[in-house]
Design a protein around this ligand. Structure first.
Ligand SMILES: CCCCCCCCCCCCC/C=C/[C@@H](O)[C@H](COP(=O)(O)O)NC(=O)CCCCC
Ligand SMILES: Nc1ncnc2c1ncn2[C@@H]1O[C@H](COP(=O)(O)OP(=O)(O)O)[C@@H](O)[C@H]1O
Ligand SMILES: [Ca+2]
Length: 563
C-alpha cells in the first residue's frame, strides 16, 4: 500500500491522556503516547490506537463554536459545554463507526491542546481536507411521507436524521407535502440548487421521487419517455432513502439494513450506487418505472388485498400474504423474454452483488456490445417469437421480476439473492402451478438457507427485456366461469386439495408496491439510470485504508507543531 505523507502531526490530549495524532490525506489516526500509557499502567497497543478514513469523517468543529446557544438543553450539548469549559482549546471530530453488521453510527472524539493556534490549525486543515471531498452533498431536497410504515417518518427525520445533517452543515428544504413530491420534482422544484433528493418513507415514497426525477430529467433533455425505444438520460441528482416504510426493500438491498441513522451517514459521506430501472409499458403506452419487484399472481394479489388494509401498517402484508396463500390461485399466460448475455452471470450462481461489485462495474466490452446489438437485431426480426427471445406459455402461481435481490427484513436474502443492482438485467422468476404444500416449501426457502429455485416447478432467467400476455380473458371466462371462483374469494382450505384454483380472471402486477392497471405489459431494463446515496452492501468490517502504523513512521510533508 502506498505510503502517504503526513499533513499534520502533534501531541494532543484526549481528556487526561496524551495522544499522538497524525493526519494524512486519507487517514486520521491517534494513539496514546508511551509516556501516557506508562502513567496509566496500560500495556495494550491496539486498544489505544485508532484510525479513521478522512472520507468517513462527518464533521470537525471547535468546541466553542456550538456553545453560543445556551437554550439548547440536550444531554450531548450539555456535556459538550462542560468539556469546553474544562478544555478551552479543543476540537471534536465526528466520524463513522461500524457497530452491528452494516450498521453505521456517528462517534465523536475530542482532542484538546495547549494553545489556541494549534487547535485552529487542526480544525482548519481537517476542514480543508473535507472540502476536497466534492462528492459530498451540501444541499438536499428532503420529502417526508408522514403516513408510511408505522407513521413514524416525521419523527424519525426530526430526531435521528436532522441533527446529523445539521452537524455536517447540510441544509435541506423540508417539505411535508409528500403526496405531491413526484409532481413537485417533475415541474416545480428548482433542482439546480440541490445536490440530491432524499425521501423519508418506504418503497412507495421512493417510487414517487424516482418518477418525479426521471420524468423531469427526460423533459429537461427533450426525451419522450412515452416512446418504448427512447434512450433515457440518466439522472444527475442522487437519491437518498431514509427508511420509514413497510418493506424498505430498496434501502435494505442497497445498504444491508433499514436503519435511518446508517442511511443518513451514507448520504452525508456522499456515497454513490448506480441502479437499474425497469420501464414498464402496456401496448406502447408508458405505465411506470420499477426498481425492486414487478410481481404478477401471488405478490400482485397480496398487494391488491393489502391496499384495503393500509390502516394495519406493515402487518397488512402478513395478513394478506396468508390470505393469498390460502386462496392458492394460478393464472395462465405467455411470457417472452430476451435473455441476458452469458457474461452477466446467472441468478443461480452464488455471486452476490456487494459493495464495489465487479459485475456491475464491468464496462461493456466491444464483444459484449456486439452480442447486445445482435440481441437487439434478434428482437427486431422476432416480434412474433423466434430466435433471441424465449417464449414460455403456462399456468403460473407467480411471475416475479426482481431487479435487485429484494432483500428485506421479511426475507434477508430476498427473492433473488444473486440479482445485481446495476448490471442492466432483471431476474425473471416463474413459479408454475403446483400444490399448496410445494408452494409453501418454496416460500419457506426465502427465509432459510435452502435454494428457493431448486424446485421442479420454479425456473429463473436473467433477462434484459420481457413481455407478458395473460390468456385471453373472454375465452377463459366462457370455458371456466362455472367452476372458477372470483380471484378475491377466500374459502376454507380443504386438506386433501393439492391443486391450485384457476381464477379465470387476471391477476394484477405490483410494481414496487403500486398496482398497475394492466396485466399485459412489456418491460425493459434501463441500465444505471439513477444513482443512490449508498455503496452497496459492505462485505464485512471494512479496513481498506493504509496501515496506520506506516503513518507513525512517515515524515510530515509540512512541518507541524508538536506539543
Ligand atoms: C413461510 C414464510 C414465507 C415468507 C416469504 C416472504 C417472502 C418475502 C419477499 C418479499 C419481497 C419484497 C419485495 C419488495 C417490494 C416492495 O417494493 C413493496 C413495497 O414496499 P413498501 O412501500 O415499503 O411497503 N413491498 C411488497 O411488495 C411487500 C411484499 C410482502 C409480501 C409478503
Ligand atoms: N402525505 C401523504 N399522504 C398520503 N399518502 C402519501 C403521502 N405521501 C406519500 N404518500 C403515498 O403513500 C404510499 C406509501 O408510501 P410508503 O412511504 O412507501 O409507505 P409504505 O411502505 O407503508 O407503503 C405511496 O404510494 C406514497 O405515494
Ligand atoms: Ca439488476
Amino acid at each position: 500500500m502506498q505510503k502517504q505523507p503526513r499533513l499534520l502531526s502533534a501531541r494532543l490530549f484526549q481528556k487526561h491522556r496524551q495522544v499522538e495524532v497524525v493526519l494524512s490525506r486519507s487517514v486520521l489516526a491517534w494513539k496514546e503516547t508511551e509516556k501516557s500509557k506508562k502513567r496509566s499502567g496500560s500495556t495494550s497497543q491496539t486498544a489505544h490506537s485508532h484510525a479513521v478514513q478522512v472520507c468517513e469523517i462527518v464533521a470537525v468543529r471547535k468546541m466553542k463554536d456550538d456553545d453560543q446557544d445556551s437554550t439548547d438543553t440536550r444531554r450531548s450539548d450539555k456535556k459538550e459545554k462542560q468539556l469546553s469549559q474544562l478544555y478551552p482549546h479543543a476540537f471534536t471530530v465526528s466520524y463513522v463507526t461500524r457497530t452491528r453488521p452494516h450498521q453505521w453510527r456517528c462517534s465523536d472524539v475530542t482532542f484538546h491542546c495547549a494553545n489556541e493556534g494549534l487547535c485552529q490549525q487542526w480544525v482548519q486543515v481537517l476542514n480543508e481536507q473535507l472540502s476536497l471531498l466534492t462528492n459530498r452533498p451540501k444541499s438536499l431536497l428532503v420529502y417526508i411521507n408522514p403516513y408510511g410504515g408505522k407513521q413514524r417518518g416525521q419523527r424519525v427525520y426530526e430526531q435521528k436524521v436532522a441533527p446529523l445533517f445539521h452537524r455536517a452543515c447540510i441544509t435541506g428544504r423540508l417539505t411535508e407535502q409528500a403526496n405531491h413530491a413526484r409532481d413537485h420534482l417533475k415541474t416545480e422544484a428548482n433542482l439546480d440548487k440541490y445536490d440530491g433528493v432524499v425521501c423519508v418513507g418506504g418503497d412507495g415514497m421512493f417510487s414517487e421521487i424516482l418518477h418525479g426525477l426521471v420524468t423531469r430529467t427526460q423533459n429537461d433533455n427533450k426525451v419522450d419517455q412515452d416512446q418504448p425505444d427512447a434512450e433515457l438520460v440518466p439522472c444527475s441528482l442522487r437519491i437518498g432513502i431514509i427508511p420509514a416504510g413497510s418493506t424498505d426493500c430498496i434501502c435494505f438491498a442497497t445498504v444491508g439494513t433499514n436503519d435511518p441513522v446508517t442511511s443518513a451517514l451514507h448520504i452525508i459521506v456522499g456515497d454513490s450506487q448506480p441502479m437499474d430501472v425497469c420501464s414498464v409499458y402496456h401496448n406502447d403506452i408508458f405505465l411506470r418505472y420499477s426498481v425492486s419487484l414487478l410481481g404478477y399472481g401471488f405478490y400482485g394479489d397480496v398487494l391488491t388485498d393489502s391496499e384495503r388494509k393500509r390502516w394495519l401498517g406493515p402487518a397488512r402484508y402478513d395478513l394478506s400474504g396468508v390470505k393469498t396463500f390460502l386462496s392458492h390461485n394460478y393464472y395462465e399466460g405467455t411470457i417472452s423474454f430476451l435473455p441476458a448475455e452469458n457474461n452477466t452471470g446467472t441468478p443461480r450462481d452464488k455471486l452476490q452483488c456487494r459493495s464495489g461489485c465487479f459485475v456491475c462495474q464491468r464496462e461493456p466490452s466491444s464483444k459484449d456490445n456486439k452480442e447486445w446489438e445482435m440481441s437487439e437485431d434478434n428482437e427486431k426480426s422476432d416480434k412474433d417469437g423466434s430466435s433471441g427471445w424465449s417464449v414460455i406459455r403456462g399456468k403460473f402461481i407467480a411471475i416475479n421480476a426482481a431487479s435487485m435481490s429484494c432483500a428485506c427484513p421479511r426475507s434477508p436474502k430476498g427473492l433473488s439473492p444473486s440479482a445485481h443492482l446495476a448490471d442492466g438485467t432483471t431476474d425473471l422468476i416463474l413459479v408454475r402451478k403446483c400444490s399448496r404444500l410445494d408452494f409453501f416449501r418454496h416460500l419457506l426457502r426465502h427465509i432459510n438457507k435452502d435454494d428457493q429455485f431448486d424446485h421442479s416447478f420454479v425456473e429463473v432467467h436473467r433477462v434484459r427485456k420481457f413481455r407478458f400476455q395473460p390468456r385471453h380473458h373472454e375465452l377463459v371466462s366462457l370455458e371456466d366461469l362455472s367452476e372458477s371462483p372470483k380471484k378475491t374469494d377466500f374459502r376454507p382450505i380443504c386438506p386433501t386439495q393439492s391443486t391450485c384454483n384457476y381464477t379465470g380472471t387476471h391477476s394484477s402486477w405490483t410494481c414496487d408496491g403500486e398496482i398497475l392497471p394492466h396485466a399485459a405489459i412489456q418491460v425493459s431494463v434501463q441500465c444505471q439510470l439513477i444513482r443512490l446515496f449508498a455503496r452497496g452492501i459492505e462485505e464485512q468490517q471494512q479496513c481498506v485504508f493504509e496501515d496506520p502504523c506506516t503513518l507513525w513512521a512517515s515524515e510530515p510533508s509540512t512541518p507541524s507543531s508538536v506539543d
